[in-house]
Design a binder for this molecule. Structure first.
Ligand code: GLY
Length: 373
């Protein structure tokens, strides 16, 4: 079995470890008491937040690991899906926190994908003005992106993630083996974020992905490659977050593919196209923009498109999408700065820049290039 890797997210207030650990679910209890792994051990009471399907697969193991280590665990299960990422669900976590007498020293453990992680993190950020949260992500997307970096929150009826707080976890525990039960479409969605790290940060990761035989389903990935993908992605994110925790500058590059991606995701009702698929389409569009602006070579942009295709993600807009509606949606994005749409554009495989100097005609041309033929 592959050995555990640790990646440090180095922050002025409190640094923390991301452990990529096969069978890691069984280590959670002891690791929460190990000063080499967590800066400060939580008190005895733990609230485990999850959803019924994930809890059915992994809940018993996590609870057993915590209880054997002497923790008193209560469980709060929330319905799955983005539409439940609301203040109403946060209220349910608060009710469970109250019933289980969570104290300032207590801890919330999030066992699930990005939705569970964001909500458990936000509840932890606000309960008693902030208690510890431990992230145990179970989707690839949550492992390589949402679980680390401290962005937590819920949706407002008018927009995704409009309510939230930065609240860094005390530990992120990634057990790659849980990906074996992840639906293929969700695995591919996570691969979009992995390719993103290859483009913006880690050319060697990109080349390793190019060299892989198949990337469309987790079962085709050798254990070592999966471990490398997780470790390198977490290293990229940890580095960026350590330099710019609150997204004052560098962290914006993590939004590569997300500018047009978010517009596509919201215009298709967050259903027809999921987040990772939208990011894949957005990266192809950003590639076209960078080539038109003379910043990137067509050959590298084609390599990016080929790699996205290899994972089975779409590289074109869904049929019938209104290109003008996409352009209009861009100006409503939360990342618009002083009315200028910000794009992250690659300069080579492994480096990207943030710019608000993209003429509307260039955006239109890129959208036409990726429109469904
Ligand atoms: N998902 C982008 C970030 O964490 O900044």
């Amino acid at each position: 079995m592959t050995a555990t890797s640790f990646v440090t997210v180095d922050l002025p207030q409190q640094s923390y470890q991301v452990a990529i650990a096969p069978q890691g679910l069984d280590h959670l209890g002891p690791w929460l008491q190990d000063p080499e792994i967590v800066a400060k051990s939580p008190g005895k009471r733990i609230l485990l937040v999850s959803n019924p399907a994930i809890f059915k697969h992994y809940g018993d193991r996590v609870v057993a690991s915590l209880e054997t280590a002497g923790f008193q665990v209560a469980v709060c299960l929330l319905p799955p899906g983005e539409r439940y990422k609301t203040l109403n669900s946060i209220q349910k976590i608060y009710d469970a926190a109250l019933a289980h007498h969570l104290e300032r020293s207590s801890c919330i453990v999030a066992l699930g994908g990005g939705v569970i992680g964001d909500m458990a993190g936000f509840a932890a950020a606000t309960w008693l003005r902030g208690i510890a949260v431990v992230q145990v992500p179970t989707s690839l997307l949550a492992m390589v992106d949402a679980s680390m970096g401290g962005k937590t929150g819920v949706n407002h009826p008018q927009g995704k993630n409009l309510i939230g707080a930065f609240h860094q976890p005390r530990l992120v525990l990634i057990d790659p083996q849980v990906l074996r039960t992840l639906p293929a479409r969700e695995f591919r969605a996570g691969m979009a974020e992995v390719i993103k790290y290859g483009i913006i940060w880690d050319a060697d990761l990109f080349e390793q992905l190019e060299a892989a035989k198949r990337l469309d389903q987790v079962r085709y990935l050798p254990e070592e490659l999966l471990h490398t993908i997780l470790t390198r992605s977490c290293q990229a994110k940890a580095h960026v977050v350590s330099k710019d925790e609150k997204e004052a500058g560098l962290r914006a590059i993590l939004n590569y593919g997300h500018t047009i991606g978010h517009a596509v995701e919201s215009l298709t009702g967050y259903k027809l196209v999921n987040h990772g698929e939208a990011v894949g389409i957005g990266m192809v569009a950003a590639g076209h923009i960078a080539v038109q602006l003379g910043m990137w070579t067509a050959a590298e942009s084609d390599r990016q498109t080929a790699l996205i295709q290899k994972t089975g993600l779409p590289t074109q807009l869904p049929a019938g999408m209104d290109l003008d509606a996409i352009v209009a949606a861009l100006s409503h994005d939360k990342k618009v700065l002083d009315g200028q749409v910000r794009f992250i554009l690659p300069q080579s495989i492994g480096t990207a820049i943030v710019t608000d100097q993209v003429p509307a005609t260039v955006v239109q041309e890129a959208l036409t290039a990726i429109a469904c033929q």
